[in-house]
Design a protein around this ligand. Structure first.
Ligand SMILES: NC(=O)c1ccc[n+]([C@@H]2O[C@H](COP(=O)([O-])OP(=O)(O)OC[C@H]3O[C@@H](n4cnc5c(N)ncnc54)[C@H](O)[C@@H]3O)[C@@H](O)[C@H]2O)c1
Length: 440
């Protein structure tokens, strides 16, 4: 009995968990007692540190090589443009540089960045960015690496103008009317939203005035709230039917305040006033561009502007409509020249206003001759009575932009027109094909 009990007792002992010895931490060594060199050499620490430094150096060297390669590519492109006598971008589709577009280090314009440091991409809003000028501007900004938000109500703009950016994480498109306020976190605001052709701005004159006044107020309010720089695209129409020729920025204009064009002319004049008042009163950083007649791919067909009218009519074998005697003059700048000017103005230190236009002056009849040369030598001209308040002469004095922005247009009418004709040909005949194709 005793032996069974003692056996049981022993089994119990064997199965019971061992009680661990009381925990006793290692005696801590004071820092002064550990020599740094010993610490580094122990447990291969030095090897790991050297390895880490090696990997980091390789990474930064590779990044630098990529940037140098991109610089060479850029230089080669510019050299190509110089040798062809071209200016900035004269092709229909703006050239893209995959290395530039995908390299996160090259994100905004101007200035060198320290090796390996990521430059902050600018967040830029372009109102009216689905329109003719706006979409070309968006191309340049996106190619530069900026994050671009387009705000447009598609009154005259088209989504097709921005199609190449769909799916790009740096691009957003918002359907919004600038007459209503909008809150966005941005660094720069290019304010273009406004119908620009007489056909469109006369369509609903009150809405045109609202867009110019309320729209500009809303965008200036946004600029003030978020501390963004604001650029207004004003117009040569602020000079009205000018009594000075060519027009300098100091000229105050000769505008009919109650005419059929006043919704646009006076609307833009008020927009300029608001812009300067926000600058003086609320310290908003502002820029003002006064744009003269601009042409190029993506213009609205049949929008009543003389270049698009002539080109569309000549392509369709219809007579070109000349209003009045055709001796009134205009100057025509290619859209890439304008976009370059707008970007220089935004990035520069001068408020403006700046005339942005091509000083080469053509009568309507001379323009019709150039269009005939490019499209159809047999094209006919048809004379119609002139429209109300049509200015007789328009030619920018661009000395201020030359001096302060280092800008002047590079593309001559005879070089720019074929690029526009190609785009119109596709759209005019594409449109026609769509209409005659039977529905399936
Ligand atoms: N193209 C020129 O020759 C010329 C000359 C002088 C000034 N400008 C100015 O440049 C800017 C752009 O002109 P464009 O030729 O590209 O004209 P456009 O008509 O092609 O583009 C204007 C854009 O603004 C949008 N828009 C109009 N009203 C809007 C509203 N209330 N809210 C949101 N979006 C609105 C339109 O949908 C369109 O996308 C305009 O402000 C115009 O006054 C142009």
């Amino acid at each position: 009995m005793i032996s069974t009990m003692s056996m049981n007792h022993r089994r119990h002992d064997a199965e019971s968990p061992q009680i661990p010895e009381a925990y006793s931490p290692k005696p801590s060594k004071s820092w002064t007692s550990v020599r740094p060199i010993d610490y580094l050499l122990r447990e291969q620490r030095l090897v790991f540190i050297l390895l880490g430094m090696g990997i980091a150096s390789c990474y930064f060297m590779l990044q630098r090589d990529t940037m140098i390669a991109v610089d060479h590519q850029h230089a080669a492109y510019n050299a190509m443009l110089d040798s062809t006598g071209g200016g900035h971008r004269i092709s229909l589709e703006t050239p893209t540089f995959p290395a530039i577009r995908s390299n996160p280090l090259i994100t905004s314009s101007g200035g060198k960045i320290p090796l390996g440091l990521r430059r902050k991409a600018l967040r830029v809003v372009v109102t009216g960015g689905a329109g003719f000028v706006g979409s070309h501007l968006v191309d340049r900004l996106v190619d530069r690496g900026d994050q671009v938000i387009v705000v447009d109500n598609f009154f005259t703009g088209r989504k097709e103008n921005l199609q190449r950016h769909f799916g790009n994480p740096n691009f957003e498109l918002i359907r919004h009317d600038v007459v209503e306020p909008i809150l966005l976190e941005v660094d720069q605001i290019y304010h273009l939203a406004c119908p620009a052709s007489p056909v469109h701005y006369k369509h609903n004159p009150v809405k045109t005035i609202k867009t110019n006044v309320m729209g500009t107020l809303n965008m200036l309010g946004l600029a003030k709230r978020v501390g963004a720089r604001f650029l207004l695209t004003s117009t040569s129409e602020v000079y009205g039917d000018p009594l000075e020729h060519p027009q300098k920025e100091e000229y105050w204009g000769n505008v009919n305040p109650i005419g059929v064009r006043s919704c646009y002319d006076e609307g833009k004049r008020t927009a300029e006033t608001l812009t300067m008042d926000y600058h003086r009163g609320a310290d908003v950083e502002v820029r003002i561009a006064r744009i003269f007649n601009t042409y190029g791919p993506r213009m609205c067909i049949d929008d009543g502007r003389v270049v698009s009218n002539f080109v569309a009519q000549a392509l369709r074998k219809e007579p070109m409509t000349v209003y009045g005697d055709g001796k009134q003059t205009r100057s025509f700048q290619f859209v890439s020249d304008l976009v370059e000017g707008l970007m220089r103005l935004m990035e520069g230190d001068h408020i403006g206003p700046f005339n942005l236009g091509n000083p080469g002056e053509f009568t309507m009849l001379e323009l019709a001759e150039v269009v005939k040369e490019v499209i159809d030598p047999n094209a006919k001209i048809e004379f119609h009575p002139n429209t109300a308040d049509d200015p007789h002469m328009r030619k920018p004095d661009i000395s201020k932009a030359k001096e302060k922005l280092g800008w002047e247009p590079k593309i001559a009418l005879k070089d720019g027109l074929p690029l526009m004709v190609e785009d119109f040909r596709q759209r005019v005949f594409g449109d026609r094909q769509e209409k005659i194709e039977p529905a399936v």
